[in-house]
Design a protein around this ligand. Structure first.
Ligand SMILES: NC(=O)c1ccc[n+]([C@@H]2O[C@H](COP(=O)([O-])OP(=O)(O)OC[C@H]3O[C@@H](n4cnc5c(N)ncnc54)[C@H](O)[C@@H]3O)[C@@H](O)[C@H]2O)c1
Length: 432
C-alpha cells in the first residue's frame, strides 16, 4: 500500500479524535495496491490468520515477530518455503511497529497482550487483525474500543464464525420468529483441553525464549513449560479458561443473533473439582447465568472429557416456544416441541470450515474499502466482556448487577477488583 494511504489513515484518525466531525476512515486503496501484513505471535493461530491473509490478492508478508526464537525461525522457514521470501524478523513487536512500510498486523499472542499491542499498533497507524477474546479484562476491552475509535483504525476481531454462511443462516432463522419467543439460550463447551496440563516443577527459562517479554504487563509468574505455549489459557493472568477461550465464539453468535449485548445480572458457580493436581487456575467445571432481560443465557462446561448435550460436545441451543435450534460448527438443526413432525424440522447441515479464510478476506477487503470489518471492535468487546462478567462473578463470589454504565462495576468493589488488571514490569495501563 502506498505512503499516501497511510498518511490519509493517520489524518482520518486525528480528525476522528478531534473536534471536527469526520468519517473515521478516509483512506482508499486500490485492489492493485500491495498490502503488507506482519504477524506478532507466530506459533499457532496467528500463523493461520497470516496465511489466510496471504492467500488474498496482492497481500505479502511484511514481517514476523515472536519472543520465542525457535518459533520465529520455524515460521520464517515456513514463509520462505511457501512464498519464497525472507520477511524481516523481530523479537520485539515495538520494532516491527516502527516499519512505515507495514500496513497491518495480525496479533496471535496470548490474551494478556492483546490490549497493549492492539493499541500501540493503532497508534502506529496499522490496521489490526486481533485474535479473540478481544482482551483478558473488562477494562482492557473498553480501552481498546476508545483507542480504536479515536485513531479511526480498521480492526477485525478473530471471531471468524461471523464470516461463516451457516452461522448467518442461523441468525436469520432465529430472527425470523419461527421458533417463537426465545426465552432461554444455552451455550456449552465440554472440551478435554480445559483440564490443562499436569503440575510439574518450575524450570529455568530456556535460552530461546524472552520470557520477560512473553509475560509483558502481567505479574511475574515463574516459568513452567506446562503453562506456556497454548497452556497459558488456564492461568488467570494470561487467559480466562474455556469460557473466554471457546465461549466467546459462541457467545458472539448469541449476541449477534439476539441483538442484546448487555445483561442485567450475572451469577457463576464452579471450581476445580476433578483436576486439582493440574497446573490450572481456571475452573474445570463452570455454570454461568446471564439475565438478559427477556431471556436467560447460560454457559456450562465440564472440562476434561467430551460429554455431549443435544448430541454435541459444544454448541448453542436457542429455545423458543415453538422449537429449539441447535447449532455448532458442524451444522444446525431445528427440533420441534415433543419431537413432533413440523415444518420446523430441518436436516442437519454440514458447514464448511471456511470461516477463517473468509474472515481474513473480509479484513483485507475492509482495508481496501475503508470500512469496519464484519467483527468490529465493539462486537469483540461485547463477547469478551460477556465472558468476563462470568469470570468476575465466579472469582468475586458475587452476583453482578449492572448499573447505568455496564462496564463500571465500582458499585461492587469486590467485583471491580477483577475487572481491571494491574500492569507490571514498567508497562502502564493504556490511558484510553
Ligand atoms: N479464532 C480462533 O479460532 C482461535 C483458535 C486458537 C487460538 N485463538 C487465539 O489466538 C491467540 C493465540 O493462541 P495460540 O493458541 O496461537 O497461542 P500460542 O501460545 O500457541 O502462541 C502464541 C505465540 O505468541 C508468542 N508471544 C507471546 N508474547 C509475545 C510478544 N510479546 N511478542 C511476540 N510474540 C509473543 C508466543 O511465543 C507464541 O509463539 C489467543 O488469543 C487465542 O485465544 C483463536
Amino acid at each position: 500500500m502506498n505512503q499516501s494511504r497511510r498518511t490519509f489513515l493517520k489524518q482520518g484518525g486525528l480528525l476522528a479524535g478531534g473536534l471536527i466531525a469526520a468519517p473515521a476512515l478516509l483512506a482508499r486503496s486500490a485492489p492493485s495496491d500491495t498490502i503488507r501484513v506482519g504477524l506478532i505471535g507466530c506459533r499457532n493461530m496467528g500463523f493461520g490468520d497470516l496465511s489466510n491473509c496471504l492467500q488474498q490478492e496482492n497481500v505479502i508478508c511484511g514481517g514476523l515477530c515472536d519472543v520465542d526464537e525457535e518459533v520465529l525461525m520455524r515460521r520464517a522457514k515456513d514463509i520462505e518455503e511457501t512464498y519464497g521470501i525472507k520477511p524481516p524478523l523481530y523479537r520485539d513487536f515495538r520494532k516491527m511497529l516502527e516499519d512505515p512500510e507495514l500496513d497491518a498486523v495480525v496479533i496471535g499472542t496470548p490474551d494478556h497482550w492483546h490490549c497493549l499491542i492492539t493499541i500501540m499498533a493503532c497508534e502506529a497507524g496499522k490496521a489490526v487483525y486481533v485474535e479473540k477474546p478481544l482482551a483478558n479484562s473488562i477494562a482492557e476491552c473498553q480501552a481498546m474500543v476508545s483507542a480504536v475509535r479515536h485513531h479511526g483504525s480498521i480492526v477485525q476481531v478473530g471471531q471468524q464464525q461471523r464470516s461463516g454462511q451457516h452461522w448467518q443462516d442461523v441468525a436469520a432463522y432465529v430472527q425470523s420468529g419461527k421458533l417463537g419467543q426465545i426465552r432461554r439460550v444455552m451455550v456449552w463447551g465440554n472440551f478435554a483441553y480445559g483440564k490443562g496440563n499436569p503440575r510439574i516443577p518450575n524450570e529455568a527459562v530456556p535460552k530461546n525464549l524472552d520470557y520477560n517479554l512473553w509475560l509483558g504487563p502481567s505479574a511475574h509468574i515463574p516459568y513452567n513449560p506446562n503453562r506456556l505455549h497454548g497452556a497459558w489459557r488456564h492461568t488467570w493472568a494470561f487467559g480466562g479458561g474455556l469460557l473466554s477461550d471457546w465461549g466467546v465464539h459462541l457467545l458472539d453468535i448469541v449476541l449477534w443473533t439476539m441483538k442484546s449485548p448487555v445483561p442485567k445480572r450475572v451469577s457463576a458457580f464452579g471450581g476445580i473439582y476433578q483436576y486439582p493436581n493440574n497446573l490450572i487456575e481456571t475452573p474445570d467445571t463452570l455454570d454461568v447465568t446471564w439475565d438478559m432481560g427477556t431471556y436467560n443465557l447460560t454457559w456450562s462446561h465440564v472440562a476434561g472429557n467430551e460429554l455431549k448435550q443435544f448430541g454435541r460436545t459444544y454448541g448453542i441451543a436457542f429455545m423458543g416456544a415453538d422449537g429449539v435450534l441447535v447449532v455448532n460448527r458442524q451444522g444446525w438443526e431445528v427440533q420441534a416441541p415433543n419431537g413432533a413432525e413440523s415444518d420446523l424440522l430441518k436436516p442437519f447441515e454440514v458447514g464448511k470450515d471456511s470461516n477463517h479464510l473468509a474472515h481474513a478476506a473480509d479484513f483485507i477487503q475492509a482495508m481496501r474499502e475503508n470500512r469496519d470489518p464484519i467483527c468490529n471492535i465493539e462486537a469483540g468487546r461485547d463477547a469478551a466482556v460477556l465472558a468476563q462478567y462470568g469470570i468476575v462473578a465466579l472469582r468475586s463470589g458475587q452476583t453482578l448487577t449492572m448499573g447505568d454504565d455496564p462496564y463500571d462495576l465500582s458499585h461492587q468493589p469486590d467485583a471491580q477488583a477483577f475487572a481491571k488488571p494491574t500492569y507490571h514490569s514498567g508497562w502502564t495501563f493504556p490511558h484510553w
